[in-house]
Each structure stands twice: as C-alpha cells, then as structure tokens.
Design a protein around this ligand. Structure first.
Ligand code: SF4
Length: 427
C-alpha cells in the first residue's frame, strides 16, 4: 500500500498560470442538481419556477417517472409584463397550496428560480418568505436560483445548501468539537463514511444535507466541516458565517484522496495518525487492489477535460497520480483556489489549467492534441465521437457514487469503459 503523501511537501500546480476564458460555454444549468438532491433529501420538494425549456431539461435529465410520485415539478410562467407580476405571485401561492394539500409528506419546499425574464422579474425570496410564514412549522419554504445565467451544473447544489444553511439549528457553544461532512453523497457512501469515522473513534459525525429535513445537523463555533464536493463555495461561506470552520483537505476520490480526506478530519479532531491508518487499512487495501487492474489499461493514456461539473481538478489528480494518465488540459467552470489548494498541489506541475470556456477555441486545442479520452458534457460528446474521439460524459461522474475507498474501482471503471468500447468498435 502506498503511503499518504504529505500534501505540504509538494507544490504541483499551486502557482501554475491559469488560462481564463470568458466566451461561449457549453454547460448545464444549476437546475440539474435537483436530480440528485431530491433523491438525497427525502421529504423535500423542488418547485422550479420556469419555462417549458426548464421542464423539459428536468424531465429528460431525471427520466420520465410514471409510477413514482415525483418530488420535483415546474410551475410554468408564461410571458407577462410587470403589471401581471402581482397575479403571478397569487398564482404561485395557489400552486403551492394545491401541491401541499395533495402531498402532506413534503416538509421542505424549495422554490427554484430559472433564467426566463418573467422569472427574473418575480421576487422569489419574497414569495418564499410569505409562503414560509403561511405554512411553517409544518413546511419550511426556501428559495434559490438554478438559473443558467447565474449557475452551472453543480452550482445548483451549492445554491440549495447555501439557502438551507441559515435554517440549521444552532449547536451548543461548549463541549467537544463536532464534525460535519458537507455535500450530497449517495446513501451507500454516507453509510460507509459513517462506519469509517466510527472506526476512527469519531461516532458523532453529521452529514449536510441530511436525508430528512427533520434531522438537519446543528452548526456553531464548535463545528468543523469537511467538504465532500469541490463546488460548495457559497455553502462553505454560509456555514462559516454561523461560526463553523472548514478542514482543509483534498476530496475523497480514489484511495489516496480518500485517505488524505479522512486523515485531515482525524488531525483536526485529535485522532492519532496511526489510529486513522488502522481504521482505514482494510478499505484502503481494497481500493488499491481494485485500482491496479484499471491502472494497466489507463497508464500513459492522454486525457482532456472540458469544464462542466467542477469535479475536474480532483478527478484529474486521481487519474494522474493513481492511474498514471497524462493530463493534457484540465478545464473547470470555476476555480476555487482555496478549496482546491491541496488538489492543485498534487497535480503534475506541467498541467495546463483553464477556467471558464470559449468553446470553439477549446475544441481547437482538443483536436490539435488528439487525446485518448475526452471528459465533457453531453452536448460536446456526440460531435467529438463522430470525429473519432473517445469521450466520457461528465454528468455520469456526478450521478454515480464515486467517493470513498469502496467506489474507487467503479470510478476508474468509468474511464476504462469508453476506451474498451472504442477498442471493440475498432476491432
Ligand atoms: S434555467 Fe435557464 S438554462 Fe436552465 S433550463 Fe431553464 S431556461 Fe434553460
């Protein structure tokens, strides 16, 4: 088993120049986050206030649910002038009332803003405040924006959790420090993490978001939080404004990243390094073994990341360090230097980093480089496949449980599969 490499000892891409592009971009909007958030928060409902386009996006991203009672919907706002906005507020109240009468299981309702001009004109925070007064304490009503003008793809989760953070109960101000894991994780991953923290001697860990709005974790000056996702800048700020402190760590992707993430928590909460190692050893060993077969297939292959999910930098670090891939370009919609400091230090020093997008220029760079694998959004994948390139949809990396030791092999498999498929097609 390879040792955990001290993060401070390396500088990698910490000071590397970043190509900043502000041209046309090809990314999903923040509404997409509803797909995984509604699965995680089991008594929450997401009411998108938007257009038919928004309804189509959500429906096609989630798949059509025929038998289940879905926990998201779109209130479609047709074109109206400013004089009609009072009616729109009344209409929204009527829609919410009907929804809550029909669905008594809803305890938390998010009004989710979108980008059509009619919605931008409508003050959703005022609507949420008014509806909250009317329906609380049975139902809490909050709002956030998933608009494509303000958010990309995973920023929808950030906006949602940042809106929820002020509603978390206050933790007592004295006593032992408390650990909070922040970021929506699949239940199976949350359960594995909870077991590992318990084995480390930290049984009192909370997860935000929680599965139920009735068990929201408490937050306060004794809370130390560990981000499980790299796209939660606003959420971190909202928790810090409640007195909580972030534990600096890389993200729990791969054997090495997961080990360093748990070690950071252990160091912050006073668990000895050897105690953490002992608790992690069996899971870490399984992860290293699961990765070895994939490493044979991926080592030396060249990969190009288009910006999409904000997972790009931790994923690139995992592919380079644990699977031996060569990074040509790592694009991210937004680079949060502070939250990604440990990841940047682990990237090979010659990695080309880009932030934002000018899609035509980036496509030119990608074509010139002819990578073995391109990680990109759905809109770019088909045209690039038609040009003979092998692609991986970045959306799959968000919808699939990939965090932690027991998912490390599955995560590597997401990159070996498209290469294998291309080989079969070429045979
Ligand atoms: S929020 Fe904007 S970008 Fe997203 S689906 Fe609706 S109209 Fe399109």
């Amino acid at each position: 088993m390879s040792p955990v490499i001290p993060i401070q000892a390396e500088s990698g891409c910490s000071d590397a120049p970043v190509l900043r592009e502000r041209g046309q971009r090809e990314v999903f909007c923040g509404l997409t986050g509803i797909i995984w958030l509604h699965r995680k928060m089991q008594d929450a409902f997401f009411l998108v206030v938007g257009s038919r386009t928004c309804a189509h996006l959500i429906q096609s991203a989630a798949g059509v649910m025929i038998f289940a009672e879905p926990r998201f919907a779109t209130a479609i706002l047709d074109e109206r002038d400013l004089a009609g906005l009072a009616d729109a507020q009344d209409e929204l109240d009527r829609v919410v009332q009907r929804l809550l009468e029909r669905r008594p299981d809803i305890r938390l309702l998010f009004l989710v803003g979108s980008c059509p001009s009619e919605v931008i004109k409508l003050d959703l925070s005022r609507a949420a405040g008014r509806l909250n007064q009317r329906f609380s304490p049975k139902v809490r009503v909050l709002n956030y924006s998933g608009s494509g003008i303000e958010t990309t793809f995973t920023q929808g989760e950030d906006a949602c959790l940042a809106a929820l953070a002020p509603a978390l109960p206050a933790a007592p101000t004295s006593g032992e420090p408390e650990l909070m894991v922040v970021g929506a994780l699949a239940d199976v991953v949350e359960d594995q993490f909870r077991r590992l923290f318990t084995a480390m001697g930290l049984p009192r860990v909370s997860f935000f978001p929680s599965r139920s709005s009735t068990t929201l974790p408490a937050v306060g000056p004794r809370t130390q939080f560990l981000l499980a996702q790299p796209f939660l800048g606003d959420t971190a700020r909202a928790l810090e404004s409640r007195g909580a402190r972030r534990i600096a760590a890389p993200f729990p992707l791969g054997a090495e990243g997961s080990a360093a993430w748990f070690h950071a928590a252990g160091a912050a909460l006073g668990v000895s390094r050897s105690g953490v190692d002992r608790a992690l050893a069996p899971a870490r060993q399984r992860a290293v073994q699961a990765l070895s077969a994939h490493r044979q297939q991926l080592a030396g292959k060249r990969v190009f990341f288009f910006p999409d999910s904000q997972l790009e930098i931790p994923l690139a670090r995992f592919l380079a360090r644990e699977l031996g891939m060569t990074l040509i370009e790592v694009g991210t919609p937004y680079l949060h230097r502070q939250h990604l400091a440990e990841e940047l230090a682990w990237l090979p020093a010659d990695t080309r980093l880009s932030e934002g997008q000018d899609v035509e220029r980036q496509l030119d760079r990608c074509r010139a480089a002819q990578p073995d694998l391109v990680v990109c959004g759905l809109g770019l994948a088909n045209p690039l496949e038609a040009e003979g390139m092998t692609t991986k949809w970045s959306i799959e990396l968000v919808f699939t449980p990939i965090q932690g030791f027991d998912q490390a092999g599955d995560l590597a498999g997401l990159f070996t599969r498209p290469l294998h498929r291309r080989q079969l097609l070429a045979a």
